[in-house]
Design a protein around this ligand. Structure first.
Ligand code: HEM
Ligand code: HEM
Length: 160
């Protein structure tokens, strides 16, 4: 049973750092999309610009930081789930958080393998997964606000 009130400072810092890095990579996605198209068209690894390079570096950083997060989660745990609101919310949060972790790994992995192996179809899978991640993140943020504004159960404060 977990009795802590908040996530550990390291978990909080990583949560927001990774969120910012992921947001940056959505903005840099187009640069990588164009670079990747040129690579596929010419069949060779052409010079890629700063935007595409940043997309690659940030994406790999996200993947590594998420692995660190998972280790921290396993070692330090998390505050006990809030019991405010219908019980189904607890299950949804559990599944949603697991899916977020899974996608935060699957997105950069598919991107990296598509890029390095010049695999066009995997590039499309990467893009599909980024849409899915975006949807989940939006739902996640909406639920965080719902906890803050409607349930008022202090869930937001655990990640601050
Ligand atoms: C790219 C953006 C984001 C990703 C990938 C993300 C991912 C996650 C994950 C995986 C967890 C579960 C942590 C754990 O138990 O190990 C979590 C918790 C949390 N996130 Fe986010 N998050 C993002 C953005 C946000 C935003 C924008 C907000 C607020 C509006 C937010 C608020 C929270 C809160 C309050 C928790 C704690 C939930 C709890 O105690 O059960 N997150 N986030
Ligand atoms: C957090 C991690 C990542 C996020 C959120 C992300 C997000 C995105 C987005 C939104 C696009 C679509 C751009 C568009 O529609 O034009 C994209 C494309 C792409 N990304 Fe990423 N990416 C991540 C990691 C990576 C990594 C690590 C690599 C490679 C090392 C990579 C390689 C690519 C490639 C090759 C494309 C073009 C795919 C295609 O056109 O079929 N991405 N990424």
């Amino acid at each position: 049973m977990n009795t802590q009130e908040k996530y550990a400072r390291s978990q909080i810092v990583l949560h927001w750092l990774v969120a910012v890095l992921i947001a940056a990579n959505y903005m840099l996605g187009d640069f990588m999309g164009e670079a990747f198209e040129r690579i596929i068209d010419t069949g060779a690894v052409v010079e890629i610009g700063a935007g595409a390079n940043a997309h690659r570096a940030i994406g790999v950083t996200v993947m590594l930081l998420v692995l660190v997060r998972l280790v921290l989660r396993w070692r330090l745990g998390a505050p006990a789930a809030s019991t405010a609101g219908p019980a189904i919310l607890q299950t949804a949060a559990k599944l949603g958080h697991a899916a977020l972790y899974l996608l935060m790994l699957a997105v950069p992995i598919t991107g990296a393998v598509a890029f390095n192996g010049q695999i066009e179809a995997l590039g499309e899978v990467h893009e599909m997964l980024t849409s899915l991640l975006l949807l989940l993140v939006l739902g996640h943020a909406v639920m965080a606000i719902y906890h803050q504004v409607v349930l008022k159960d202090g869930v937001m404060a655990r990640m601050r």
